[in-house]
Design a protein around this ligand. Structure first.
Ligand code: GLY
Length: 301
């Protein structure tokens, strides 16, 4: 599947939702930093997997996004995160779900992808696996930022408390094509705000929140996981590219299906084996960025 060296390609997102004006600049800056981190790897001949992982680490470390530090709290006031990394060459994936003590869940996903034999590990078992991969664990409290603690306190003050996903969307993700033509994609999230403890969304599920196949395309989804799962959105978009649809049209068609079939909300980024990108969303905003042909970083909100 790998081809002659050629221009790499990279696209990242920081979620599809109604981004408040006061957060726009931080969302833009976070995506630009993630692009820079991934692009540096790609231009030096590094792999698509390394670029996606590096970009997502930057997004997880940025408290403006719902991933890693800054993740939404669940109904119990605890951060439980999901992440996945998928290798388009082998179709191998590594994923973690409902982890509470891993600062960068995408690193744990990479560990599972590299070491196998499983694809998805949840909870304490995923944390034990991460520690065995020498990925440092953290205290759960280190992942909680004041903004999210205050939101949770306000939720708890409601009578009766709601566990509905009142806010979702700032999940993060990336897709890359390296100079050898290899594709990879990844997604990381703290999930929906106020979710039921143990709830796992679309993000860590192969085909739902992420899919990559070097024969066609690599995609990362964001939005309301319960709706994205129903239509297996990332795989849908990749399959459309395989059928000859452009990445731009495949993204639009997949999000249209999300709206029409399940009344879902969210967005999707993808790129194909030629490095062509696509992005679409049905929410008021989606923050996403890519590297243009001239090497400049382009970020949209
Ligand atoms: N799309 C992220 C989630 O629903 O958990």
């Amino acid at each position: 599947m790998a081809s002659q060296p050629s221009q790499p390609s990279l696209i990242v997102h920081g979620g599809a939702w109604k981004i408040p004006p006061e957060l726009e600049a931080d969302c833009r800056a976070g995506c630009a930093r993630a692009l820079a981190a991934g692009w540096q790897i790609l231009v030096q001949g590094g792999s698509a997997l390394d670029a996606v992982e590096a970009a997502i680490v930057v997004l997880e470390d940025d408290p403006v996004f719902d991933a890693g530090v800054g993740s939404h709290l669940n109904a119990d006031g605890v951060v439980q995160m999901d992440a996945i990394l998928m290798d388009g060459e082998t179709l191998n994936a590594g994923a973690v779900a409902a982890v509470e003590r891993i600062r960068n869940p995408i690193r744990a996903a990479r560990g599972i992808l590299e070491k196998g034999p499983h694809i998805l590990l949840a909870g304490a078992g995923a944390e034990r696996f991460a520690a065995a991969c020498e990925i440092p664990l953290c205290e759960p409290a280190e992942l909680i930022v004041p903004r999210e603690r205050q939101r949770w306190e306000a939720l708890r003050a409601q009578a009766p408390p709601s566990t509905l996903p009142e806010r979702f969307g700032s999940t993060v993700g990336a897709a890359a094509r390296d100079a050898q033509g290899r594709l990879a994609a990844g997604t990381s999230t703290g999930g929906t705000f106020g979710k039921y403890p143990g709830r796992i969304g679309d993000s860590p599920l192969v085909g739902c929140g992420c899919y990559a196949d070097s024969e066609s395309a690599a995609a990362s989804a964001t939005g309301w996981g319960e709706s994205i799962m129903k239509i297996v959105m990332a795989k849908m978009a990749v399959d459309r590219v395989r059928a000859g649809v452009s990445p731009a049209a495949a993204a639009l068609q997949s999000v249209h299906r999300l709206s029409e079939r399940v009344r879902g909300s969210g967005g999707l980024i993808l790129l194909d084996r030629q490095g062509r990108i696509g992005a679409a969303f049905n929410t008021p905003n989606m923050v996403y960025g890519y590297v243009a042909a001239d090497g400049s970083l382009v970020v949209h909100v």
